[in-house]
Design a protein. Sequence first.
Length: 242
Amino acid sequence: MNWSYADPVSRLLGSWSSELNVYSILLRYVLAFVCAAVIGCERAHKRHSAGLRTFILVSIASASAMLLDVYGSLLGISSQMMISGACLVGIAIISGNSFLYSSRNQIKGLTTAVALWQSAFIGLAFGGGFYTAAVISFAAFLFCLSALPPMERGLIDRSNHFEVHLELKNVSHLQDFITTIRRIGLKIDDIELNPAYVHSGLSVYSVSFTITKAELKKYKKHSEIIEALGTLEYVSHIEEIL
């Protein structure tokens, strides 16, 4: 099946932008740089491990890989996009190594890992001259990073299930805590001792709850329940695991 595609942004800019020349190469690098910088600033602002420079480097490297593949294809050297494929594999490995479990049994860096991978795709799209796809992908991704977290937080707060990181002053207070939990209308689904705090003098647990009391389901947010539990004299610290 024969078909052709003319990129709308490329048509708007002129035929030079779809060709491989000094100006189109510069344009593709600039766009890859700017979009990655915006995403990197958003991540750095929230103090994530991968920040401005990392995202820019990933995007520029991906654009370079795609440009090399396009150039090789024009010269008849290769048409398999081997460099771009290798670039994606390398960035996937880097992304996979950027998240870990914290001492509080929380997965850290998962969104940043996906963001690095997406930044690579944006760089590849710009490098290949697919300006429209790259811009739409960038806009959708930025919307997910900046606009969806409050919505996600609202959905989490309305859930009947949540998990907390709990630090008790002494192991003997665990039974008191369980009794209090049941009295206020919460069911404990699971309690797991956190071995990272074995020699700290504290008894530290990851506890999963289900809200069973109708009043709590209707009126109380997780943060309000946790704040109330934090006032118990034998609770050293408590916070929700997100």
